[in-house]
Ligand binder design. Structure first.
Ligand code: ADP
Ligand code: MG
Length: 623
């Protein structure tokens, strides 16, 4: 084409495309749901703009917010069209080739080890999956602010953009034309596409229509011979009697010309999805399988695993909203990577069924960013900007309720996990057998435990609720995880404090002289081995009226010990002498203690100072 401008793909994008095009991955189906998901995103965007400016929708067909799928068997083209926001020339250049998102290299890296192509959508590069099935792709797009353009590429490192002067005008939106590879012929079969839409795109909130063929009976004039044949075979003896007079028959034939029915193929749009939003339905009527499917499409997580838990509820009162929250089976690749810089929550906000944003950081606190889900509010105003919405007073109430529900949902994983409850009854188990829930909390903890700890640090209001969710190993946990409640249930009579020790590993801590005496006296000590635990314990002062005591710090009380007083008296001179020798900036005091058993002496940290472990962490951070 003579008006085409050529561009090179950004290097990482080019590598990604090579991987995809050469992939032996057998599940090529995924491209369709990625395209439909992009179409749906584009429709969400124009619908949002239309809230404040109806004009943007245009008129006639252009205003229909829908997705269309068409097949051309002869030319081997599959096209997916939406009437979404469309892309300007600049959008096409940036979004489809020259700007690598943060997920691009992460995904390339992942694919080089043992990545699952199925997860491509989670990395924000789903579009390129078209090259699993096509060797040449055209993207025709019309944005309200620009002319219609065609983007095209054979995935050979370059793409071209031309002003579109030959295709039918789209009005607005995007049409993706896949020139299918020979071995991808199945995607020219209607039944296959219908099946895929059902399977992966059932919960898209816009109508998905396919240009479907239909066999219809049509009446066509019958030729003479056939009609007489029909007559003879079909007419009964009785009828024959009536027809005896030939004259009658002729007259009738003249009045009504004989016709016959034949099959003919016609085409019409066939709707493939039920657009009733799942969150508007009664939770009792939504099946586990539907929630799982909904989670997958919402989270773009098409792995084999089910979400660990979900919560679907309606909030009533001053602020009304419906919400569905999910705990994913796995933490996303970048969950803690930019924790303090990014505020992005994974909740989608809708106002009266209209998608507003998925970047609303006011909905959930940072530490719950691992949750996926959706909130649809009737209370929030529709016709204001995102910025104004962000400041709406209802958001505070919504956030508060969401946190409560989220923490309940997480606790439910533990409550339903038979491995967790040695004393609790398992009354909450619904739908699913005990075995399916077994070990789920450990799984949750391994994926998201750090988030719970960050929550304890950040969220004073819910600190106690979050502390209930804490798990750790201890001198009595037998290599398994245990909870504070379980610790308390094992406390010795007269034990006032919850004992813990911090360090780099359980193995190292088990040998610590600080534990000697406690072990001997049969006190349980919690092992905190994650660097974040040091910070955690600066915020977690007590639990259920019990104070936390770091056993390597000053102030350890192991119940009454009358001997200490005596010992203090008889070693008075020695301690004084020793203090004289050691006194410096580094040593505050020398004391008699009952915390040791075999080891003659230890260095402890003062009550308010950093523990040795904290010193180590701080040092490693400054280095
Ligand atoms: P993601 O959807 O996660 O952003 P994709 O690789 O699927 O990643 O798409 C890349 C970008 O291309 C999208 O963010 C969007 O800006 C643009 N895009 C893709 N398909 C469409 C479409 N049908 N309409 C408008 N923009 C689109
Ligand atoms: Mg996408």
């Amino acid at each position: 084409r003579n008006n085409a401008e050529k561009f090179e793909f950004q290097a990482e994008v080019s590598r990604l495309m090579d991987i995809i095009i050469n992939s032996l991955y057998s599940n090529k189906d995924i491209f369709l749901r990625e395209l439909i998901s992009n179409a749906s995103d584009a429709l969400d965007k124009i619908r949002f703009l239309a809230l404040t400016d109806k004009e943007v929708l245009g008129e006639g067909d252009t205003a229909k917010l829908e997705i269309q799928i068409k097949l051309d068997k002869e030319k081997k083209i599959l096209s997916i069209r939406d009437r979404g926001i469309g892309m300007t020339k600049e959008d096409l250049i940036k979004n489809l080739g020259t700007i690598a998102k943060s997920g691009t290299s992460a995904f390339v890296e992942k694919m080089q080890t043992s990545g699952d192509l199925n997860l491509i959508g989670q990395f924000g590069v789903g579009f390129y999956s078209v090259y699993l099935v096509a060797d040449y792709v055209e993207v025709i797009s019309k944005h309200n602010d620009d002319k219609q353009y065609v983007w095209e590429s054979k995935a050979d490192g370059a793409f071209a953009i031309s002003e579109d002067t030959w295709n039918e005008p789209l009005g607005r939106g995007t049409e993706i034309r896949l020139h299918l590879r020979d071995e991808a012929g199945e995607y020219l079969e209607e039944y296959k596409l219908k099946e895929l839409v059902k399977k992966y795109s059932e919960f898209i909130n816009f109508p998905i229509n396919i240009w479907a063929s239909k066999e219809v009976d049509v009446e066509v004039p019958a030729d003479e011979d056939e009609s007489t044949d029909d007559e003879t075979t079909e007419s009964s003896e009785e009828e024959k009697e009536d027809e005896d007079t030939e004259k009658d028959e002729d007259e009738e034939a003249e009045k009504k010309p004989k016709t016959k029915k034949v099959k003919e193929t016609t085409y019409e749009w066939e709707l493939l999805n039920d657009v009733k939003a799942i969150w508007l339905r009664n939770p009792k009527e939504v099946t586990e399988e539907e929630y799982t499917k909904f989670y997958k499409s919402l989270a773009k997580d098409f792995g084999d695993e089910k979400p660990l838990s979900w919560s679907h509820f309606t909030a009533e009162g001053d602020v009304e909203f419906k919400a569905v929250l999910f705990v994913p089976p796995k933490a996303p690749h970048d969950l803690y990577e930019s924790y303090y810089n990014s505020n992005k929550s994974n909740l989608k906000l809708y106002v009266r069924r209209v998608f507003i944003s998925d970047e609303f950081d006011e909905l959930l606190p940072k530490y719950l960013n691992f949750l996926k889900g959706l909130v649809d509010s009737d209370t929030l105003p529709l016709n204001v900007s995102r910025e104004m919405l962000q400041q709406h007073s209802s958001l505070k109430t919504i956030k508060k309720k969401l946190i409560r529900k989220a923490l309940d949902m997480i606790r439910k994983i533990a409550d339903e996990d038979p491995d967790e409850s040695n004393d609790k009854d398992k009354k909450d188990v619904e739908n699913s057998s005990d075995d399916e829930k077994r070990g789920q909390y450990t799984k949750f903890w391994n994926e998201f435990g750090k988030s719970i700890k960050l929550g304890i640090i950040e969220d004073a209001t819910n600190r106690n609720r979050l502390a209930k969710l804490l798990r750790f190993e201890s001198t009595k946990s037998d290599g398994k995880l245990t909870s504070l409640d379980q610790y308390i249930s094992r406390m010795k009579s007269g034990q006032k404090d919850i004992f813990y020790i911090t360090g780099t590993s359980k193995e190292q801590l088990e040998k610590s002289p600080f534990l000697e005496r406690l072990k001997k006296k049969n006190f349980e000590v919690i092992f905190f081995t994650d660097p974040v635990d040091e910070y955690l314990m600066q915020y977690l002062m007590d639990y259920e009226d019990k104070k936390f005591q770091n056993v390597s710090k000053e102030g350890l009380k192991l119940g009454k010990d009358s001997k200490v007083k005596e010992l203090k008296e008889s070693f008075k001179e020695l301690t004084k002498w020793w203090k004289g020798i050691l006194a410096s900036d580094n040593v505050d005091d020398v004391k008699i203690s009952n915390r040791l058993d075999n080891t003659p002496c230890v260095v402890v940290t003062s009550k308010y100072g950093w523990s040795a472990n904290m010193e180590r962490i701080m040092q490693s951070q400054t280095l």
